[in-house]
Design a protein around this ligand. Structure first.
Ligand SMILES: *[C@@H]1O[C@H](CO)[C@@H](O)[C@H](O)[C@H]1NC(C)=O
Ligand SMILES: *[C@@H]1O[C@H](CO)[C@@H](O)[C@H](O)[C@H]1NC(C)=O
Ligand SMILES: *[C@@H]1O[C@H](CO)[C@@H](O)[C@H](O)[C@H]1NC(C)=O
Ligand SMILES: *[C@@H]1O[C@H](CO)[C@@H](O)[C@H](O)[C@H]1NC(C)=O
Length: 363
């Protein structure tokens, strides 16, 4: 029964990352063999009188099972004291915690995942996370943080901090975080140049960045070559500059919809040779981005709701018919000033599935 509850809880926070990895909430990963055999902290040793428990017990009203400590939805205004030191997952979401203090997580040397989503946290003391020498997942979304915490554990793989009040992302906060795979910072009031140049540089495993619905005006500079997904929808980006995409050899998905992009610089697509999906819908483009025809792997190109008034017959497909190009599976051009009957049918000669193309102007 408890196991079922925990799985339900964990299903809510499971990520949608792109990379191959076992679910973090696979219990076999959280538990070593002897732990799985039943030696948990549910039954702490006693001193023989049967009255005084020795060592930490489960904090009042929390549920503790198989080294998972679940204290969500309890109206807590601070982190409970005396958390069992062998805890691997601590869930404190949906409480009213305002501050994380030094010492709140002392002794939690085995903690892998810390869930603080949906509290009222505006302050994290600089040393608060330093005891967490095995922390891999830190979920801070839906709080009131003005900046990301400094000195996050070097073991961190996934950081989620969307819906906070973060205005600036400093390079120093990610210094040495070389295990990082996923970063989610969407819906924060990040200013136009709110991300330090090179803030994500050097993170050799970083695969997924999402910074949607902020006020940044350009693609962050110095992105690592390991990146496979970059989601920057709903910002105030005005152009796609080829330089910020340089070296992104693994990038497969690029989300730039709902910005204010007027131009995609030549070379942008050449800098992302393995791109499969490009979302540029709801921008201010006046033409189809250059380089699609030569691109080997592109399959999805969303260009609807732009200001494209003409489509050339070589905009999407290379010359000739026998090409080695991957076929498109989704191209959208509707809600542009171009009239679809003005587009030469041969424009889509390298598309084999008719339904892959959406042209109609719904105006
Ligand atoms: C972006 O800036 C505008 C004006 O400065 C502000 O009203 C808006 O709330 C900001 N948006 C976000 C997501 O921070
Ligand atoms: C988009 O950018 C243009 C300048 O290129 C500017 O005049 C316009 O206000 C911007 N629109 C939005 C919605 O930010
Ligand atoms: C970009 O490429 C197109 C053809 O793909 C070319 O006509 C145009 O002059 C180029 N623009 C620049 C600024 O290099
Ligand atoms: C759309 O593009 C045309 C040029 O093709 C330009 O004159 C017009 O101002 C653009 N409209 C908007 C809303 O940017």
């Amino acid at each position: 029964m408890k196991t079922t509850l925990i799985f339900l809880l964990l299903a809510q926070v499971s990520w949608a990352g792109p990379f191959q990895q076992r679910s973090i909430f696979d219990f076999s990963e959280l538990l070593s063999a002897d732990e799985a055999s039943g030696a948990g902290f549910d039954d702490p040793p006693t001193d023989g009188t049967g009255l005084e428990p020795m060592g930490p017990v489960c904090p009042f009203r929390c549920q503790c099972h198989l080294r998972v400590v679940q204290c969500s939805d309890l109206g807590l205004d601070k982190v409970p004291k005396d958390l069992p030191p062998d805890t691997t997952l601590l869930d404190l979401q949906n409480n009213k915690i305002t501050e994380i203090k030094d010492g709140d997580f002392k002794d939690l040397k085995n903690l892998h995942a810390l869930i603080l989503v949906n509290n009222k946290i505006s302050k994290i003391s600089p040393g608060a996370f330093s005891p967490l020498v095995k922390l891999e997942r830190l979920y801070l979304s839906k709080n009131q943080l003005k900046e990301l915490p400094e000195k996050m554990p070097k073991t961190l793989q996934e950081l989620r901090a969307h819906e906070n009040e973060i205005t600036k992302v400093r390079k120093s906060v990610f210094n040495g975080l070389n295990q990082m795979i996923v970063i989610e910072l969407g819906t924060n009031p990040l200013k136009s140049s709110g991300i330090d140049n090179g803030a994500f540089q050097g993170m050799k495993k970083l695969s997924y960045i999402r910074i949607a619905d902020t006020n940044i005006t350009s693609i962050p500079q110095g992105l690592p070559p390991s990146l496979t997904e970059l989601h920057l929808d709903g910002n105030k980006i005005t152009k796609v500059d080829a330089a910020s995409l340089k070296g992104l050899n693994n990038l497969a998905k690029l989300g730039l919809g709902f910005n204010n992009i007027t131009a995609v610089e030549n070379g942008s697509l050449a800098n992302t040779p393995h791109l499969r999906e490009l979302h540029l819908n709801n921008n201010n483009l006046i033409k189809v981005p250059a380089g699609l025809a030569e691109h080997k792997y592109i399959q999805v190109v969303y260009l609807h709701n732009n200001n494209i008034s003409a489509v050339g017959s070589n905009d999407f497909c290379p010359p000739g018919y026998n090409t080695k190009k991957a076929s498109y599976s989704g191209v959208s051009l509707f809600s542009n000033p171009v009239q679809y009957w003005e587009i030469q049918p041969s424009t889509f000669r390298c598309v084999y599935v008719r339904s892959a193309i959406q042209l109609g102007n719904y105006k």
